[in-house]
Design a protein around this ligand. Structure first.
Ligand SMILES: *Cc1c(COP(=O)(O)O)cnc(C)c1O
Length: 375
């Protein structure tokens, strides 16, 4: 029995006819750019995320880029974010000539440590960009409080977290709905993935929504009249059609991911592995959607190799924290600057968690990890 990290075949098997029908409809009307399916999906995602507006864009990376552009962020500005994330978070900031300013993570949740943000705010700071890593929201209550105090907008990188909810005290909010902008990715490995690249921006601010939607068509409004310089970054009609079909299943898939996570937790506990590996930690009353189920152990690299030889797929998200990436050497960071992010980069391992994973497959994963630590 093999256990891949992600099995898209299993998912498409169940929805193939519906997806093919949606594709046929687009092929029939041939409005391939900003067709009716894009508008429909935007309304659906806005509704799903409890936001007023949604703008379909070419990728999650562009969702971040366009959000920053709509906020007028550019050369000389600073954006505070986490070094332990996918590159696009900081890369989008840098592409605009702005500078990512990193803050270490919380050791348990792997999200930005809110208590260290304030010390990094300089007069150049123009936004705070938390990432809801692995499908769990960052500590938004504290982040929003600091942001309000310093009058900084918050951009939520919710690329891994569509459908996740932040819960603390009386607050319960959908990922993407809490900041000035929320950014989603529809990359195939995300919980809501399309058949290529795609992304979405959500916001409650009419003015910002307008800015972002003009920027995604080269800043053109009306057509061929440009008050601002934008880019070509639209969600394809075809991808929107596929995503509309899949969005209906997203909550049921998230429930299955959560059930799989609970079973892993039980199995690891039953096998007495809690002393040896650290399981994912869910903060407060957060609703985690487990885009990734990430465990940690100092023996991570050897364990990964052992599991690979057993036919079990795993992945390291992420092996090099962003402050130590070669392209950022000019920012002047050095090893030891963010010890918790660096430790996580050395120790974390994502296990298969996709919705269609079977109990037998999960048992094999856990038994194999037991075997590794017993030999
Ligand atoms: C996937 C991802 C992105 C980028 O999304 P793309 O659609 O691949 O451009 C940005 N941030 C995070 C945290 C991601 O996981």
């Amino acid at each position: 029995m093999k256990v891949p990290l992600l099995d898209l075949q299993a998912q498409y098997k169940d929805i193939e006819q519906e997806v093919l029908q949606a594709i046929r409809e687009v092929y029939a009307h041939k409005i391939f750019i900003l067709g009716p399916e894009v508008k429909k999906l935007e309304a659906e995602v806005a509704n799903y995320s409890s936001t007023k507006y949604a703008i379909g864009v070419a990728s999650g990376s562009d969702a971040i880029l366009l959000s920053l552009m709509a906020l007028g962020i550019g050369p000389g500005d600073e954006v505070i974010t986490t070094p332990y994330t996918f590159f696009a978070t900081a890369g989008s900031i840098s592409r605009l000539g702005a500078t990512p300013v990193f803050v270490d993570i919380d050791e348990k949740s792997y999200n930005i440590s809110p208590n260290e943000i304030e010390a990094k705010i300089t007069p150049k700071a123009k936004a705070i960009m938390p990432v809801h890593l692995y499908g769990q929201c960052a500590d938004m209550e504290v982040i929003l409080e600091i942001a309000a105090k310093h009058k900084l907008p918050v951009i939520e990188d919710a690329a891994q977290a569509i459908g996740a909810e932040y819960g603390k005290n009386t607050l319960s909010k959908k990922a993407g709905s809490m900041g000035a902008f929320g950014c989603f990715s529809f990359f195939p490995s995300k919980n809501l993935g399309c058949m290529g690249d795609g992304g979405m921006i959500v916001t409650n601010d009419a003015d910002l929504a307008q800015k972002a939607s003009v920027l995604r068509v080269h800043g053109s409004k009306p057509k061929y009249y440009h008050k601002v310089i934008g880019l070509n970054s639209r969600l394809d009609t075809l991808q929107a059609a596929v995503l509309s079909v899949k969005l209906k299943y997203l909550d049921s898939w998230s429930i299955k991911r959560r059930k799989n996570a609970e079973l892993y937790n039980e199995l690891f506990k039953a096998k007495g592995l809690l002393e040896i590996i650290t399981l994912p930690f869910t903060e407060y009353q957060n609703k985690h959607i487990y885009n990734q189920y990430v465990v940690r152990t100092p023996k991570r690299d050897q364990l990964k190799e052992f599991l690979k030889n057993k036919g079990i797929g795993t992945e390291i998200y992420y092996p090099v924290p962003l402050h130590l990436q070669e392209c950022y050497s000019s920012l002047g960071y050095k090893e030891g600057d963010f010890p918790l992010a660096e430790k996580a980069a050395r120790e974390t391992l994502a296990l298969p968690i996709y919705p269609e994973l079977t109990k037998q497959q999960q048992e094999l994963v856990v038994d194999s990890i037991v075997e590794y630590f017993n030999t």
